[in-house]
Design a protein around this ligand. Structure first.
Ligand code: BGC
Length: 251
């Protein structure tokens, strides 16, 4: 059994657990620490270090962040502190923990989890995973291969970034009717379908718990499915990505 450690940095909590990356399952109950405020790189990386220490972890770590991450370096900060831009998150966490670290975008991590072990496992063709939460995260796969950092939540749509129009935050914060939200999501998906012609669309994020309540209101030509790994998708996907990165570095 290959076990690696996954960490998912979210707006309210930073969560971590050891993951059996071959099965896509946590091997211990995850530990959650409140996201520090302000969520500066130093404060968040301290919390990530604390999570690894909580499990006495020494081995590769996958770190999922709500931002564009290229070669371990954070490149955007739509929903996180601006100080993150330019920070080499992978190297800094590796220094703090003494463990090798692979960092990636949180939606890419969730997508990896769903494509390898969840709702889109074994699906050929183009898979699009969208996480609906505070923002909209996206992950795009062709035959299981990820095109990273697609950031489709930031596509200009209806006069602003799409996530301002169709994020799940609107349902919770503005008390938007679920049917109205679903029809906004349909419009957005229609736009995405014209760009990418996905075969499968996986709906993730906290609101996917209520999939059965809104799915009928979403029109799409793709096969529409709910994410299966739910709250653990980021953790599982981060660990799987770290595993795949370690494999690549040995080639
Ligand atoms: C960020 C993405 C992230 C998504 C979900 C967006 O605002 O730009 O990088 O994946 O939120 O957290």
């Amino acid at each position: 059994m290959a076990v690696l450690f996954g960490i998912d940095v979210g707006g309210s909590g930073v969560k971590g657990a050891p993951v059996d990356v071959e099965r896509g399952q946590l091997v211990a109950e995850r530990h959650r620490i409140k996201t520090p405020r302000p969520a500066t790189p130093g404060a968040v990386l301290d919390v990530a270090t604390e999570l690894a220490a909580h499990f006495d972890w020494s081995g590769p770590i996958g770190l999922a962040l709500p931002a564009v991450v290229r070669n371990g370096v954070v490149r955007t900060a739509a929903n996180i502190a601006p100080e993150w831009i330019g920070v080499d998150a992978a190297s800094l966490l590796a220094e703090r923990t003494g463990c090798p670290v692979a960092a990636l975008n949180d939606a890419d991590a969730a997508g990896i989890a769903e494509v390898r072990h969840g709702a889109a496992a074994g699906e050929p063709g183009v898979v699009l995973l969208l996480t609906f939460g505070t923002g909209i995260g996206s992950a795009v796969f062709a035959d299981g291969v990820l095109l990273p950092n697609t950031e489709l939540g930031h596509l200009e749509f209806r006069g602003g970034p799409a996530e301002h129009y169709a994020a799940a935050r609107l349902v919770e914060e503005e008390d938007m009717d679920l049917h109205r939200w679903a029809s906004r999501v349909s419009e957005y998906l229609h736009h995405l379908e014209r760009l990418l012609s996905p075969d499968v669309i996986v709906v993730g994020g906290g609101i996917s718990k209520r999939f059965d309540a809104f799915a009928a209101g979403i029109e799409t030509e793709a096969k529409l499915v709910a994410a299966r790994l739910r709250n653990n998708a980021g953790i599982v996907g981060a660990a799987v990505a770290a595993h795949e990165a370690v494999g690549r570095s040995k080639e």
